[in-house]
Design a protein around this ligand. Structure first.
Ligand SMILES: N[C@@H](CCC(=O)N[C@@H](CS)C(=O)NCC(=O)O)C(=O)O
Length: 212
């Protein structure tokens, strides 16, 4: 089984899941948008994005689906299967539309665009993202003041998913320190090598530097 990844934010989550679960996958760096790669990767993912999990002649894309499959493969409750499943889906869904979306809006302007030369930073979009970050982080701060993890008493995929952009928080200038419970939660995640350094030992070129 092969998991194609790059060092960008979504594949980072998928690799972290694979490592955390010690899933039996071969981790292979890929760049589906690079010249000459399109034809090969379009067959695996018509969106030309990573991560992609290839199992026999079946390819699965979307980080959440891959996390679900890997957890299923190793028989873990990291992806909840019982009564807590709706709760986990709630956080994945909220994260995508709110906290991760806000982080990503700022990260895209300040980091992704500057890495790949995708045009000048738009200050009004950064301001909008920071305002949305404040709203979402305030909610998260309240929730995490009463517990260590988002779902029940143990870590779940929801923690990885909601934290998608946080490894790049400093680079993106996200004011995480203003939210001590959110910071403490991310510090707990950071204690896991799989989250802190998912790419350790892998052959994978560094991302282009952030310019400007
Ligand atoms: N919704 C998809 C998004 C996948 C995506 O946008 N992947 C980006 C990285 S974050 C990508 O493949 N970019 C090209 C690359 O990294 O080479 C998911 O959750 O997996």
């Amino acid at each position: 089984m092969k998991l194609y990844f790059s060092r960008n934010i979504n594949p980072r989550v998928a690799v972290a899941v694979a490592r955390y679960l010690q899933a039996p996958v071969e981790l292979i760096h890929a760049a589906p948008l690079a010249p000459g790669q399109e034809e090969r990767f379009r067959a695996l993912n018509p969106n030309l994005r990573v991560p992609i999990l290839v199992e026999g002649d079946h390819s699965l894309w979307e980080t959440d689906a891959i996390a679900c499959r890997l957890s299923q493969l190793v028989g873990s409750e990291f992806w909840r299967t019982g009564a807590a499943l709706p709760e986990m889906i709630r956080w994945i869904s909220w994260g995508k539309g709110n906290f991760v979306a806000a982080c990503d809006k700022v990260h895209f302007e300040r980091v992704t665009k500057q890495r790949y030369g995708l045009g000048p930073l738009r200050p009004e979009i950064v301001a909008e993202g920071l305002a949305e970050f404040a709203v979402a982080a305030t909610l998260l701060e309240q929730v995490l003041s009463g517990r260590e993890w988002l779902v029940g008493n143990d870590i779940s995929y929801a923690d990885f998913r909601v934290a998608t952009v946080l490894p790049y928080a400093e680079l993106a200038g996200l004011p995480l320190a203003d939210y001590p419970h959110v910071s403490a939660w991310h510090s707990r995640l950071w204690q896991l090598e799989a989250w802190r350094d998912p790419f350790v030992g892998l052959e994978a070129p560094e991302l282009p530097p952030v310019r400007g």
